[in-house]
Design a protein around this ligand. Structure first.
Ligand code: CP
Ligand code: NVA
Length: 310
């Protein structure tokens, strides 16, 4: 049965460890094909609101709704102008009259909270400036496929910008007991509020500027240096991050069963190179595939007990 019925999913900490367990178990089962033909979202619709570009998030939420018997409608910001053509609270109060959930990819995490405050249907974070929690579900599905479901003490090393992905990794350390290390240049550390979430839960997160932390990692993860919306800082960032590139040589220093993950898109020549994506330790395309399974599981657990209202 759905374990997060009707709730919002704006952060990985919107779920408990037990709820994460249920979602990932469902994701694994969906990947094994055990839900073929099962349509728990029949008659339900999800709006996909995009302030920024997307390949994976857009495709997997759309195909995921279809496979579960529901419907997805994509709304780009040139169409709806969140906060410009119309205020966010009015968009929320319109959408909730027609659809049963809203996925938002937005510049500001605050916009998601505003949608959630004004819409009585589940709001799902499809990436904000601060967090990318749906991505991390797929990432941990991928990690579990390699290491099993008890990840306590596994070393997850994130290298690069202390951005939305780094922040969500910290939240997953809180939920799963992985030993999370964030390696950044000085001045690009993760969000202070997110670090406080870890402190409050008694979870130790290692922050360092030292590339030596990569050696022996079970999971090495990176993301772009110049996130969407940061293009104006491109030159400064390329200089600041020099040396923090994931190379095949670096992948050779992982733990014996260690894996390399990247949420994609990759900016080759910056945070990584094509040879890392093609390296035997790379799981980046399994990870991309798992966006579909993990989000279908999430959609089932958020929306699976709603009845069509028409
Ligand atoms: N990883 C990820 O969210 O990809 P998109 O930006 O293509 O959706
Ligand atoms: N940090 C990147 C992730 C893209 C999926 C960005 O925010 O653009």
């Amino acid at each position: 049965a759905p374990v997060m019925a009707g709730r919002d999913f704006l952060s990985n900490l919107d779920m408990t460890g037990a709820e994460l367990r249920a979602v990932l178990d469902t994701a694994h089962s969906m990947k094994r094909g055990e839900w073929r033909g099962v349509k728990p979202l029949s008659g339900l619709s999800l709006a996909l609101v995009f302030e920024k570009a997307s390949l994976r998030t857009r495709t997997t939420f759309d195909v995921g709704m279809y496979q579960l018997g529901g419907h997805a409608i994509t709304l780009s910001n040139t169409e709806i102008g969140l906060g410009t053509r119309e205020r966010v609270s009015d968009v929320a109060r319109n959408l909730e009259r027609w659809v049963d959930g809203v996925m938002g990819r937005v510049y500001l995490q605050q916009t998601l909270h505003e949608l959630a405050d004004h819409a009585d249907v589940p709001i799902i974070n499809g990436l904000s400036d601060m967090l990318h929690p749906a991505q991390l579900l797929a990432d941990y599905q991928t990690i579990e496929a390699e290491f099993g479901s008890d990840l306590r003490g596994k070393r997850v090393v994130y290298i690069g910008d202390g951005n939305n992905l780094a922040n969500s990794h910290i939240h997953m350390g809180v939920l799963t007991g992985t030993q999370v290390t964030i390696v950044t240049p000085v001045g690009y550390e993760p969000n202070a509020g997110v670090l406080m979430d870890a402190v409050k839960s008694g979870t130790e997160i290692t922050l360092t500027h030292d590339l030596g932390a990569v050696a022996g990692a079970d999971v090495l993860y990176t993301d772009v240096w110049i996130s969407m919306g940061m293009e104006a800082e491109a030159d400064i960032r390329r200089r600041a991050f020099r040396g923090y590139q994931v190379t095949p040589h670096m992948l050779d220093t992982l733990a014996p069963q260690g894996i390399f993950l990247h949420c994609l898109p990759a900016h080759y020549g910056e945070e990584t190179v094509p040879e890392a994506t093609e390296h035997p330790r790379s799981r980046v395309f399994d990870q991309a595939e798992n966006r579909l399974h993990a989000q279908k599981a999430l959609l089932y657990h958020l929306m699976g007990s709603l009845r069509p209202r028409w």
